[in-house]
Write a protein that binds this ligand. Structure first.
Ligand SMILES: [Zn+2]
Length: 182
């Protein structure tokens, strides 16, 4: 296969992956009512981070003569920035991405040499991030529902034996109980 055909295939593959991911995203998040725009953007941000981390791993495993790799590493070796270059370089934004995917920044390059290992790390990080976002959304939805219909209020589970006051969390009761001991 020619180099151009290779590149075409890679680009097409990436586009179709991206559009099926966006299709899923539309169904699950974007078209859903009652989700804040900021949450939708967070979900999209996670997808972008995932793509960036996977791309970084791909570049890391590239032959040293490939242009993306030279761009990624060249600047480091030169130690200076080309004029007119945006301030936030790929390396910097990759750092932030790895952080939010809970991937150690110091040795990401070692981790990325194994494609399957890297893929797993990126997936796990993105899943964890998605869970955090989902948790925040469902907490918010539950709160909204309780505000509309106070009878939905969950019964407090931790009741003080002395004064009958109730606490949602056990730790609340524990510290409250101390006040009776004075
Ligand atoms: Zn009490």
């Amino acid at each position: 296969m020619s180099r151009q055909a290779n590149i075409d295939e890679e680009v097409n593959g990436r586009i179709s992956k991206a559009s099926s991911a966006f299709g899923r995203l539309r169904r699950n998040v974007w078209d859903r009512r009652g989700i804040k725009l900021s949450t939708k953007l967070k979900v999209i941000h996670t997808l972008i981070e995932k793509a960036q981390a996977r791309w970084a791993g791909h570049v890391r495993r590239m032959n040293d003569s490939r242009i993306p790799k030279m761009l990624l590493y060249g600047e480091l070796a030169e130690g200076k920035r080309l004029a007119g270059r945006p301030k936030l370089r790929f390396k910097d934004s990759l750092k932030a991405t790895l952080k939010s995917l809970s991937i150690p920044v110091e040795n990401w390059e070692d981790a990325a040499t194994d494609r399957h290992h890297w893929r797993r790390l990126v997936h796990q990080g993105a899943d964890a991030e998605r869970r955090r976002i989902n948790l925040a959304v469902s907490k918010r939805e539950a709160r909204k529902a309780r505000e509309k219909n106070p009878s939905l209020q969950p019964p407090p589970e931790h009741k003080c034996d002395v004064c009958g006051r109730c606490f949602r969390a056990r730790i609340g009761l524990v510290s409250h109980t101390r006040t009776h001991k004075d």
